[in-house]
Design a protein. Structure first.
Length: 245
């Protein structure tokens, strides 16, 4: 006899491949509408995390300056790149500078055994959520007794008009209860366990490895990521910037 719960788990593994971190994150499937419930959190008075990351360095790094107010070697390096007059330095700075991502704790309405996961939200949809909560017709949509479900629809990219998948939110017309909300929040993995915050020296080492992947010193250090080798005065400037971190 088929165990349909196991079959659903298999489907979930297909939709969210991998383990570890990915099991703690939810990604809305394309070509579908999924009904979710935002769970009640208190992150400095709001139910969302605003986290800044550095991308493109071989791994995703939480920015200590924008997130915790600590020194960040990547931010320091980016500042020195912007001081350089070359367009190449500015392009690299734009590529690796800190970028914000917003996270909410969510549960899927159609799951028989609901699990709380983190859901990364774009700036556009984050703005929509805030405006919806500020609307007197909705209020706190995360409230377990008077909150509102959200329909999440993802349409696939359609070049050249739409280069990326598009995610849209729509609030349910009526509020509804979610009795297990507090229990799910209690079992939610801490966001800083999902995205650990590294120490200054560790981040600096990752930055240097990105710029010098072969560890062969200044002659082979890539000045502009994958766009070519740095040489001459430009390479000297890079060395000075790294030495100043």
């Amino acid at each position: 006899m088929v165990d349909f719960n196991k079959l659903r788990e298999a489907k979930q593994r297909l939709d969210n491949p991998g383990n570890g971190k990915r099991n703690d994150l939810w990604k809305a499937p394309e070509n579908e509408t999924t009904v979710i419930r935002l769970l009640p959190l208190n992150v400095d008075g709001i139910p969302f995390h605003e986290i800044y990351f550095h991308y493109g360095l071989g791994e995703t790094l939480v920015c200590p300056r924008r997130t915790s107010g600590k020194q960040c070697p990547v931010c320091n390096f980016v500042s020195r790149l912007y001081e350089d007059s070359s367009e190449e330095s500015k392009n690299l700075a734009r590529e690796i500078r800190a970028k914000v991502r917003y996270f909410a704790a969510v549960a899927l309405r159609d799951e028989e055994e609901a699990v709380a996961r983190w859901y990364g939200i774009s700036k556009t949809n984050y703005n929509w959520l805030i405006e919806t909560m500020l609307d007197d017709d909705f209020g706190d949509i995360t409230d377990a007794k008077t909150g509102t479900d959200i329909k999440v629809t993802v349409t696939p990219k359609n070049p050249p008009q739409q280069l990326y998948p598009k995610t849209t939110f729509k609030a349910a017309r009526k509020p509804s209860k979610y009795d297990n909300a507090d229990k799910l929040v209690a079992g939610l993995k801490d966001i800083w366990e999902v995205y650990p915050r590294k120490e200054y020296d560790d981040i600096k080492s990752i930055l240097e490895s990105y710029l010098d992947p072969n560890g062969e010193g200044s002659e082979n250090r890539e000045l502009y990521g994958n766009k070519g080798k740095g040489t001459g005065s430009g390479q000297d400037k890079l060395e000075e910037k790294l030495a100043a971190l």
